[in-house]
Design a binder for this molecule. Structure first.
Ligand code: K1U
Ligand code: ZN
Length: 170
């Protein structure tokens, strides 16, 4: 297993649209293992393949308190989303240190393959529903800051670029 580097906003590769996985094989299972290790190491509750510069439809999530209930969603599709919405604070491992409110459907149903290639349906609400929607946005090249006002987004962009310059200088 290996820790994978996480792309940081405003890296243009975060806006790549991911392609469907053609076969759930050893290569995809190795990617899933590396993504889980990377997510746990970064103390995240989710990670999309896009964030590690792999542009295929793979997501890993673990919203459990104990950090021992990994969920793998390959080629996920939302089959139902509630009309009821909720606004919750979101963070993103690709936008470190930034948290802001985003409106999402409160409950969703998702169809996906697991790491064995088995089809499964997940019914989600609360933080899990928010996290799945956030990660599925990554797969279509959307970062949560794009829901914020242009003023906030530009401030975040400047902050990230400044932090990158300072890291490069150190
Ligand atoms: O970068 C990511 O996509 C992972 C992201 C997932 C996420 C967190 C919160 C709401 C929606 C999606 C994170 O794990 S950010 C860091 C984190 O652990 C966290 C932040 C806020 C609330 C709960 C957890
Ligand atoms: Zn994210």
């Amino acid at each position: 297993m290996a820790l994978l580097p996480i792309l940081v906003y405003p890296d243009p590769r975060l806006h790549t649209v991911a392609k469907p996985v053609q076969a759930v094989d050893a290569r995809i299972r190795a990617l899933v293992a590396d993504m889980l290790e990377t997510m746990y190491d970064a103390s995240g509750i989710g990670l999309a393949a896009t964030q590690v510069d792999v542009h295929e439809r793979v997501i890993v999530i673990d919203t459990s308190e104990e950090r021992n209930q990994p969920m793998v969603l390959i080629n996920p599709e939302i089959t139902w989303a509630s009309a009821e919405k909720q606004v919750g604070d979101e963070g993103c491992l690709s936008v470190p240190g930034i948290y802001d409110g985003v409106e999402r459907s409160s409950s969703i149903k998702v169809q996906a393959l697991d790491e064995q290639g088995q089809s499964r349906e997940v019914a989600a609400e609360g933080l899990l529903a928010v996290c799945i929607q956030h990660e599925m946005d990554h797969l279509r090249g959307k970062v949560f800051v794009e829901y914020l006002s242009p003023l906030k987004r530009n401030r975040i962009k400047s902050k990230m670029l400044k932090a990158r310059r300072e890291t490069e200088r150190a």
